[in-house]
Design a protein around this ligand. Structure first.
Ligand SMILES: Nc1ncnc2c1ncn2[C@@H]1O[C@H](COP(=O)(O)OP(=O)(O)OP(=O)(O)O)[C@@H](O)[C@H]1O
Ligand SMILES: [Mg+2]
Length: 358
């Protein structure tokens, strides 16, 4: 079980100092617009992933009047307690786990596995493949411990190959990188396709639970980033060498992977209403949470920013019941308590006003 027990913030956005205690089930954060609700969700996300979901730059996370922020969390996982700390300024970042400096952000994610649903989550269906790769790789990170190392090697080798292409080095120089790139790409591809095939039945199951009105079967189609049916990756690189050289970068590979979602042959984005798109993203996250539990025996912590903006009353209730059934700790923000159907007696309610917990 992974449960967030306590969160302390110092000089994070509009929150100068705050300490929050969480229950294992439903935690409601209630406040008016601009009170600091999303900032609290963002703080937990930053502690887990090392970055904001608003921008890749950290400046907006640091309180305007000060040079750095500090976040601290206490997490219970597999009957152990972990204290996770992060201090961040524009130039530097210091992570600590149980008082020891931790160089790898990945360890923070291991001890604080969180998922995030925001009013922008339907972008997963609308936008380019990057956001879907992030979704898939969140799962692969926890599903296969070697994934993160392979992904780092892949990025490093791809960068070297792209540099060689940009500098118009000789073909033999560029192709020096191919064997290494192919070796690691095939391993990443194996993990991703395996993960998606394991995830797919869970997604189908949660689609039925959240959108029983849809009778068509869901088809989740993983794409490697090169035409696998036609060629192996090595020959794809060889055959596209001249085009790559002209463009100055490698066109095909794991950095171009994607997942397509279709209902009876129709793209999910075209078939589903806006509300259904949000429910579909909920189904994807719940599926990941369930597979995560199957493989690790742990549970994720679900962060939901502005639940009422996401779903209507009935669907809010269905989602909360599912989270309760799956015993997932959930931290939800809302502008009004009345909009959240409370189905548990031990709900923790946290009120925030102009950056202060009241
Ligand atoms: N770096 C910063 N320093 C201080 N305050 C900031 C900083 N960045 C943003 N803010 C302010 O923090 C406040 C809280 O923002 P936040 O997005 O958390 O609000 P919210 O409660 O989620 O509001 P809404 O209901 O409108 O989504 C806003 O007034 C915002 O302008
Ligand atoms: Mg907000």
């Amino acid at each position: 079980m992974s449960k967030l027990k306590k969160l302390q913030l110092s000089l994070f956005r509009n929150i100068e100092q705050a300490t929050l205690h969480f229950t294992d089930g439903l935690n409601l954060i209630i406040g008016d617009n601009a009170a600091g609700k999303t900032s609290l969700i963002e703080a937990i996300w930053v502690l887990s992933s090392g970055r904001s979901f608003r921008s890749s730059k950290p400046a907006h996370l640091i309180n305007n009047q000060y040079p750095e922020f500090t976040l601290f969390a206490e997490v219970e996982q597999a009957e152990q307690n972990y204290k996770i700390g992060l201090t961040r300024s524009i130039e530097s970042s210091l992570c600590k786990i149980n008082g020891e400096v931790e160089k790898s952000q990945a360890q923070m994610a291991v001890h604080l596995p969180v998922q995030l649903l925001t009013p922008e989550s339907h972008r997963l269906l609308e936008e380019g493949p990057k956001i879907r790769r992030q979704f898939m790789d969140w799962g692969c990170f926890y599903y296969a411990p070697e994934f993160i190392k392979l992904w780092r090697i892949y990025q490093r080798v791809l960068k070297q190959r792209n540099n060689a292409l940009k500098q118009q080095q000789a073909k033999s120089q560029v192709q020096l990188w191919d064997t290494q790139l192919v070796d690691v790409a095939e391993k990443i591809d194996d993990i991703r396709s395996n993960y998606i095939s394991k995830l797919s039945p869970f997604v189908a199951q949660f689609c039925v639970a959240l959108m029983p009105e849809i009778s068509e079967n869901l088809d989740m189609n993983y794409r490697a980033g090169w035409a696998k049916a036609a060629e192996n990756y090595h020959s794809v690189l060889s055959q596209n060498y001249y085009k790559d050289a002209k463009l100055g970068h490698t066109q095909y590979g794991c950095h171009r992977a994607d997942i397509r979602f279709k209902f009876a042959g129709t793209e999910a984005m075209l078939k589903l209403s806006r509300g259904q798109q949000k429910l579909f993203v909920c189904a994807l996250l719940l599926a990941q949470a369930s597979l995560f539990e199957h493989t690790s025996g742990e549970q994720v912590i679900m962060l939901i920013d502005d639940l009422p903006a996401e779903l209507d009353g009935n669907h809010r209730l269905t989602l909360l019941k599912l989270l309760d059934l799956l015993k997932i700790q959930h931290i939800i923000t809302t502008t009004s308590e009345d909009l959240i159907p409370c189905i548990q007696t031990d709900t923790t309610k946290i009120k925030i006003e102009l950056g202060k917990i009241i």
